[in-house]
Every structure is written in structure tokens, then in C-alpha cells.
Design a binder for this molecule. Sequence first.
Ligand code: ADP
Ligand code: MG
Ligand code: ZN
Length: 725
Amino acid sequence: MTKTLNLTEKLKQYFGFDTFKGDQEAIIRNLLDGNDSFVLMPTGGGKSLCYQLPSLLMDGVAVVISPLIALMKNQVDVINGISEENGVAHYINSSLNKAAIAQVMEDIRSGKTKLLYVAPESLIKPDNVEFLKSVKISFYAIDEAHCISEWGHDFRPEYRNIRPMINCIGQAPVIALTATATDKVRTDIKKSLGILDAKEFKSSFNRSNLYYEVRPKTNDVDKELIKFIKKNEGKSGIVYCLSRKKVEELSAILQANNIKAAAYHAGLDNIPRSQTQDDFLMERIDVIVATIAFGMGIDKPDVRFVVHYDIPKSLEGYYQETGRAGRDGGEGYCLAFYSYKDIQKLEKFMEGKPVAEQDIGRQLLKETAAYAESSVCRRKMLLHYFGEEYHKENCGNCDNCNRPAEKIEAQKALEIVLRTIIALKENFRQEYVIDVVTGNATDDVVSHRHDQLEVFGEGEEERPKIWNPVIRQALISVYIKKNIENYGILKITEKGKEFIEHPHSFMIVEDADFDNVDYDGASEGKASALDEDLYRILKTLRSKVAKRHNLPPYVIFQDVSLEQMATMYPVNCQDLLNIQGVGEGKAKRYGKEFWECISEYCKENDIVRPEEMRVRTIAKRSNAKLKIINSIDKQIPLDDIANAMGLDFDELLTEIERIVYSGTKVNIDYFLEEVMDDDCIEAIYDYFRESHTDCIETALDEFDGSFDEDELRLVRIKFLSEMAN
Ligand code: ADP
Ligand code: MG
Ligand code: ZN
């Protein structure tokens, strides 16, 4: 019968819309045909209409289960607004008194009411159940269905009772709808509702207009946030924090900095809360600082940025919250501040909870941390998390795509991982697999006797930090998958088995290093703030100076240093020391010509130098750096230093390189002489003196295997230290 029904006409008649959005029509037809449906559609996709329209066309009353009392009223108003008289839609929840409920029941009995919204806790009330048993139910709609699953971001235990209630009231088709669900959550929902055969309608979760960025959260996070908001002056934005206390604090800080901001959290009284919501909608305030409670009910289409001041507890929460930006398809900047400390804090908060819940919470946190630390396209990771494949290599609209990290070959590492997963009979989680691969004989590993396996420790030679990104990117590329039943357990796919048979290149990007960043806000807006003209002038000056000293240009100042100079306009020695990569040695040796040139340029072009740049605090030297410098002073062999600090040798080299590049001199001759012949040192040293790049790959090629990477790097450290600093 539904084939002949002209739904578009009905859509127009009831809702005034000309066409269906996305899968709406197919979903509605499936429901009219009496089948169960599962609808996954991002926020704003038009889920409500999928049950509203059919309810008007079918016999009986549709029961809509929805968790939010505030939204219920709103939806009922909308439906009554399109009808000739009130009573087509009603709701029952704890806010109604007896008389009001009696009126609702009467309207339903008379056949006037087509849609009944109920909160799950009202559904189980015996009076309501008895009543509903006595009327014809057209279908059941479960909105925000992810609330059923403990693996979702908004678990509501009452949602677990829905199926038993339906069985008790009377059978009718079921339609479940949600805007976020991973494979795990999706399976949970279908099981709990007993609709395993439901037809699935899945829209893409890609929000192509949203820009995703993650920055390390440092002590300067407040300052950075203020800068960010000021750059977006006049635009509407939401800043999410995890605690009410932080919400209050932060909104006060923003206000003190002349930002039109207000706090919003569930602990505030109703009146100031709805006032704030109103002010935001009417644009009397620009920024709402909120706990996640904010945003569920409001639908402002032109929120231009969403900032996560604290990292959210799950990626679903993150997706949901960032989803509130750019609903109109316009700009939506999603910025999250991340520090591993926050993850640890959240883990600590969970300690009082039941073990099973803690376990779930930890897994969800791990996914969030992985997302934040990864150098893979953020869009790709998010979509993968929601079971969707994103085929483009580069989305062009996230930080990782805009500043792509170098790729490294991980073919061997992947082979080891895959073979280990098989050796472990596909029965263990990521951390455990990594323990076995790296030869970490934990109590757990030993008790399973997995230290006896052939694969145990097979990956010892690789850098320990490589394993998480290898596994994560193998998941994205579907060489492995996570078990849905027992979340977190790694299984191998057909594609993975195929890879073991015929291994091939597997390029990955390493994780960003959030522990060791000397974050100074310099990367923010670098491109836009950079004075291109000055940059060119400085480059020319650098070539001139380099020629005079008979040194390659990068030895004088690195590109990043010039970029910063062309952004911050240092005009004296003190200013120059604030530039990344400029230590005292460099400033004294080469600085004068540069700051004089910049000062001249500023005068000529009437440039007002950014005030705050001048007061930037001198970069703090982390403890680790001090320790390394002291140890080298004491002439402790580098491998011993590495051991003592729990670093791989090449991680230590990276640290030393950072130290040298930022302008501090270190003398490692004592060690070099120990491990290398004098002629070799000299040959490499001369090479760097002549070469136009300090790139190690180029040097490796040039020497064609005569020296290994470590040797080249060691001599480069000596060279840079002596020539540049
Ligand atoms: P969701 O619940 O999926 O987040 P809603 O059901 O609240 O989304 O719908 C979002 C918006 O889209 C609403 O303003 C609704 O009126 C509008 N909408 C829904 N279906 C259509 C359609 N077919 N044509 C135009 N607008 C629609
Ligand atoms: Mg909705
Ligand atoms: Zn991307």
C-alpha cells in the first residue's frame, strides 16, 4: 500500500517541505511497511521527521521515547504548531500532574493523539503501562538511542528496560535513532531493543565544513585561549570544560579580558540558565563556557568555534560537541587542548566506580588520547571510529593534513604485530600485544607464558613509541579490527592475513610528541601573521652572512627562527633571545645584523610591534634537558645517559639536537673519540660544512652506506654546536 502513497505530497501538506532530506523517505517507507529500522544520522540531519510524519499517517498512537524533558516539550509544540488543533502530540514525564495526565489519556483514547513522547522512567510506571496496553500503538520510536549502551557517551540505565516494556504493552515496529554510534554501540542498541534484523540507514558522519585541531595544553592555555577568541572577535563560540568549578573560573577570566562570555552548567538555577541561553542566541554574548550539559537543547546554526578546554571523556562526546559548530554548513573551528595529565586525572576520578564501568571508561579514554596524539588525518580517525571509511588521503581541513608529518616505513613492524596477534590467538588487547612485541615480561604476560612465544620481544629493535601508531593505523587500514563483543580485543582481518602472505610497504606517521613540546604559541597563526616581505629580506641577509662565514645558511639561523623574527620583529639582543632556536651564543655571534635590519624595516614601514611578544617568558628548560647538559659536562658516555634516563639512544640524540638547535653548545668530543675514528669524524664534519642542508637522509645517500645514521647525527651535533652556537 505504501508504494502508491505519495509521501512527498504528505511532507508538503504537513511540514511545508518540498523534498526529503537524505534517507528520510526510505526510512519512512520501511516503517510504514511494518519493519524495524535503525537510523544513524548526524545532528541536524532530520531524524525527528522520520517518525513524526509516519505517525500522522498510521493508525493508533506512536510512542516516542526520548531522554530529555526540555526537548520533549519543544517537539510537541512544533507538532501541535503544524496541526489544526492541539492534542495531536502529547508528552508524559515526571513534570506532569495527575489532571494533565488524565487529559493526555483522554486525547489518546479518542484517537486524536498520534504522537506520545515519554521519558523512559515514565514508561515503566504501572499506571501508564496499563493504559498503553489498552490502546493501539502504531510503532515505537527510540530517539537518542545511544543512551542504551554503556559504551555510548550518555548512558541511561532506564533505557535498558525499553524492550521488556514494549513486550508488555504490545508489539509494534521499532525505529531507533541516534546521531552517534560506534559499531559497538550500534550492536548494543540492536541487541537491547531486540531488533537485530532491523534495516539500517546510515548517513555519512563527515562534517566537511568542520576544521579539527588539537594543541598541547600548557600552563599558558588561558592566554592562548584568549588570543584565539580575540582573533575570532564577534563570532559565537562554545568552550567546554569538564567541571563546574572550571567553567565558573574560566568565564570570569574571559570576562576580565573583555570577552563577552557567560558560564553555563547544570548547577545553575533555571532562570539564569535560560537567560544565558537566550543571550547567546540573541548574540548579546559571544562565548558560552559550559559543561557538556550545554548544547543538547539549543540549535544555533552559526556557532563558529567549539573549544575543548579539557579533553572530553570519549570520542563520541567530542564528535557530538564539536558537531554543534557550523550547523549551517559555514565555518566551524574545533579546537581541543590536550595534555596526558588530563587523561590521568579522568582515570583517577573513575576509581570509585564499579570495575566494569571503569574498564569501559578507560577504553574510551584511550581512544580519545589516541585521537589527540595521532598525526593521522583527524577526520579519517573520527570517521573510522564511527565505522566509516574516509577514502581521501588528505582532507585539507584538519591540523594534521595542513601540516603533514613525515611518513616512515613500518612494514616490518606491522608484520610483527600481525604475527603476534595470531600467536596470541586473537584474544588480547592492544597494550598486551605491545608488551609481547617489545619483550616486556609483565606478570600478566608471564602468567600466560607468552614470554615463551617465538614472537616475544621480536620488536625490541624498533622504537617503543612506534607500536601504538602502527596498531592504530593498521586498524584504520583494516589489517586488524577490534572485537565488538569484547571491546578492545584485537583480531586479524582477511586483509591482514593477506599481508602476512605478501607483505608490502606500510607507511605510517608517528604520533605527535605532547610530552616534549616547548609550546610557545608560535605555531598558531604562523602563516597569517608572517610578514612575507621581511621574511624574504631576512633570508637574503642570512645568505649574505652565511657566505661571509663560509657556512651553510641554516647554520646561521634555521627557517623557523627567521619565520618567527618576521612575525615578532625583535629589535634588540633581548628580543632576539625570545626567538625559537636562538640561544645566547647565536644572538651574540650573528644577531646584531638581524635585529638592526628588522628595526630599520619597522621604521621604514611604520610597523607597530605586537605588544605581548616582547614580554614572552624565556623558554623554560625542562628538567630532562638540564640533566642531559649536566651529564655531558661530566663526560658521561651518551649510551649511559640514555639508559639512566630511560631513553633509546636515538631519542637521546633527538633531545641533544633540540638543545643544540636552540642555541646551547654541547661538547661531545669525549664520546665521539671513543666510538669513531678521527678520519671518519673529519670526513662527515667536512661534508656538513660544504653541504646546503643538514638533512640526515641526504647525508646517508651522499655517503652511500659508509656511515650509519647515528654516526652522522653525532658528528652533526658536534658541527652545529661548534659552528652555529
Ligand atoms: P536531528 O534530530 O537529526 O538532529 P531534527 O529532526 O531536529 O534533526 O531536524 C533538524 C532540522 O532540519 C529541523 O529544523 C527540521 O525542521 C529540518 N528538516 C527536517 N527534515 C527536513 C526536510 N525534509 N526539508 C527541510 N528541512 C528539514
Ligand atoms: Mg533529534
Ligand atoms: Zn585531515
